[in-house]
Design a protein around this ligand. Structure first.
Ligand SMILES: *Cc1c(COP(=O)(O)O)cnc(C)c1O
Length: 371
């Protein structure tokens, strides 16, 4: 039998595949239980934006047609929202798609890309798939000002002549840690102009407006800055797969060369366009998240469990022991959380902030789960 793995390009042989959260249907099959809740993939407990649902309902009869490959209407709406030109926007089949396109466009085996330990698992996958070198920079410790956050000084020091990309998620997943405006700005200022900083803002909508670090405001100052956003989280459209980047038009032009001509489907384009206008839904999503996060943090405080203060829609909880038995206990009681041992955090679980009822159900189980 041929060893197909040995035939794969070296970077692919070495990479660790992405481990998704367990789907509800899978747990139903395995355990035959009902009323399962999934707090494993940072999905919106409110479901999709109602405006998005209404907008796509009449589209079913048009599914035989290819989508608008240029995503004109969505780009127009996004350009207005962000005060940028349409030529600065690249649409993706999820922002994941844009991250991969950036790696494909700017990296080769001769280059490296930098990211922090405990940051989004897609970064090393995208980098290694190209055969480029991935430079993972150790994160800060639990006892720092930004627990498990990026060590920006070390990341800046790691830049060399072969560095092409730096990936930073703010807020970060799976930790929930975040960088201040000043720290991030100072960092970007130090980055050479021919190194592209990819600022992944998948969770931006969850921080209160007054504290928000919106990298898109720096685009005119830093032509080497790319900001990515998604409709998967606060907008509740993860199943449709749509995200985008904002960048200098020249960078958008480069990515556009390798993008699949119809990388965003017609329902996703329409739903996203409608969701942008659904300010009420975003407000509601933020409020539900703030409430659930507070409940869960209070519970952790009571149980003396350490956690990373989060600006996302999830909480990384450290159980100070192997987290798998706790994960299993919750699983057998119908709650799916996310183990993060693959990130090098075997004692922690990442828990998505569900609805108040869902979080209450989890809180009721936690004391016995950790006992
Ligand atoms: C969820 C997430 C994304 C978004 O993924 P999509 O492909 O847009 O669904 C991007 N970055 C981070 C850090 C995330 O957690």
């Amino acid at each position: 039998m041929t060893d197909f793995k040995a035939l794969a390009v070296p970077g692919v042989q070495k990479l660790n595949p992405y481990v998704p959260g367990k789907p509800i249907s899978e747990l139903e099959r395995e355990l035959g239980i009902e009323n399962i809740i999934k707090l494993a993939s940072n999905e919106n407990p409110l479901g999709p934006s109602p405006k998005a649902m209404a907008a796509i309902a009449p589209l079913m009869s048009e599914l035989a047609l290819y989508p608008d490959g240029n995503g004109f209407e969505l780009k127009k709406a996004l350009a207005e929202k962000h005060g940028v030109g349409m030529d600065q926007i690249t649409l993706g089949n999820g922002s994941n798609d844009v991250l991969v396109l950036l790696a494909e466009a700017f990296l080769s085996a001769a280059h490296n890309a930098i990211y922090s330990q405990y940051s989004f698992a897609v970064y090393p996958i995208a980098i290694q798939a190209i055969g480029a070198t991935h430079k993972m920079i150790p994160a800060l410790g639990w006892d720092s000002d930004s627990p498990l956050g990026c060590d920006l000084d070390a990341m800046a020091a790691a830049i060399d002549a072969q560095t092409r990309l730096i990936f930073i998620a703010n807020p970060n997943n799976p930790t929930g840690s975040f960088l201040t405006k000043q720290a991030l700005y100072n960092f970007i200022q130090q980055v050479p102009e021919d190194v592209i900083v990819v600022l992944d803002e998948a969770y931006l909508e969850y921080s209160p407006e007054s504290m928000r670090v919106d990298g898109s405001l720096w685009l005119s100052e830093f032509p080497n800055l790319v900001v990515t956003r998604t409709f998967s989280k606060a907008y509740g459209l993860a199943g449709l797969r749509v995200g985008y980047s904002l960048s200098h038009p020249d960078i958008a032009n480069v990515i556009n060369r390798i993008r699949q001509p119809f990388n965003v489907n017609s329902l996703a384009l329409k739903a996203a366009e409608a969701a942008i206008d659904d300010a009420d839904f975003i407000q509601k999503s933020m409020a539900v998240n703030a409430k659930g996060l507070e409940l869960l943090c209070d519970c952790c405080d009571e149980l003396k469990l350490r956690y990373v203060p989060s600006k996302g829609n999830f909480l990384l909880v450290d159980f100070a022991q192997d987290a798998m038995p706790i994960y299993e206990h919750l699983l057998h009681n119908g709650i799916i959380t996310r183990p993060v041992a693959n990130y090098g955090l075997p004692n922690s679980l990442r828990i998505t902030i569900g609805s108040e009822n869902q979080i209450q159900r989890l809180i009721n189980l936690l004391p016995t789960a950790v006992a």
